[in-house]
Design a protein around this ligand. Structure first.
Ligand code: FES
Length: 112
């Protein structure tokens, strides 16, 4: 396995987005954006439910920082890839949780 600077886990479970379809599409788009960005050494992995569905998908968590992002669309992906994955700066306005700190905002949806 190659050396990676960061690891992104993206939930493609059935509740973040309807049957995970939009999450899967964002996962694939993230791969294309990572591949198109010189200097990135990021591993990305699909996951099933991470028990954070109520925060509104698509959801991804970036390690080692433990930054949980939600509501990921193409514009959000652009920011996450450029600001966080490439330049090491979290995008707090797209986050709902941080490792070691807890929730940063109220959930958008009730638990399912
Ligand atoms: S289905 Fe994605 S966190 Fe639950």
């Amino acid at each position: 396995m190659k050396i990676h600077q960061r690891h992104v886990l993206m939930c493609v479970g059935p509740r973040c987005t309807e049957d995970g379809v939009r999450s899967q599409a964002m996962f694939e788009l993230m791969g294309r954006k990572i591949d198109a960005t010189a200097g990135l050494a990021v591993k990305r992995t699909r996951s099933h439910c991470m028990l954070a569905c109520r925060n509104g998908g698509p959801i991804a968590v970036v390690y080692p920082e433990g930054s949980w992002y939600h509501g990921i669309d193409e514009a959000a992906l652009d920011r996450i890839v450029d600001e966080h994955l490439l330049h090491g700066r979290e995008v707090p306005e797209l986050m709902f949780h941080r490792l070691g700190e807890g929730d940063l905002c109220a959930p958008e949806q009730e638990p399912q």
